[in-house]
Design a protein around this ligand. Sequence first.
Ligand code: FES
Length: 168
Amino acid sequence: MSDKKRVSRRQFLNYTLTGVGGFMAAGMLAPMVRFAIDPVLKTKEGGDFISVASVDEITNEPQRFEWTIDQVDAWYESEVQKTAWVYRNENDEIVALSPICTHLGCTVDWASNEEYPKEFFCPCHGGRYTKDGVNVPGTPPTAPLPMFEHKVEEGMLYLGEAQERGGA
Ligand code: FES
């Protein structure tokens, strides 16, 4: 008698059916799993620039510009209002600052406090920032206002993501 193990017809059928069944199950489950977790796998599309103003409107005095974006968080889609303080600096460069206070997230306004008419002021805890968005030492914020990426095309100002600037 031979030492080789022989596979019976029953075992062969079991192996074959198990293999084919597993393959078919994987084929059906893979798209379902993919569909269920797809929004989580999607990478955030950064670098989108939105047209927010005509460059002719931008002066040396900071002005508030608002726009909305569609935000998708996994399965939830919403419209989010964005705001920037925009002006031209002494070198005629466009500066676009986030209005979100770097202390605890309140909204800053330009020249809203009579005592500091040439500064951004946060009413929540008296945070102050100079015109270029740098936090005034001795006030609660410890970092400058984030600055929006921007570009100008065909006379329109486009803003991208607000970039944090390091602070002490
Ligand atoms: S949140 Fe602006 S100073 Fe506190």
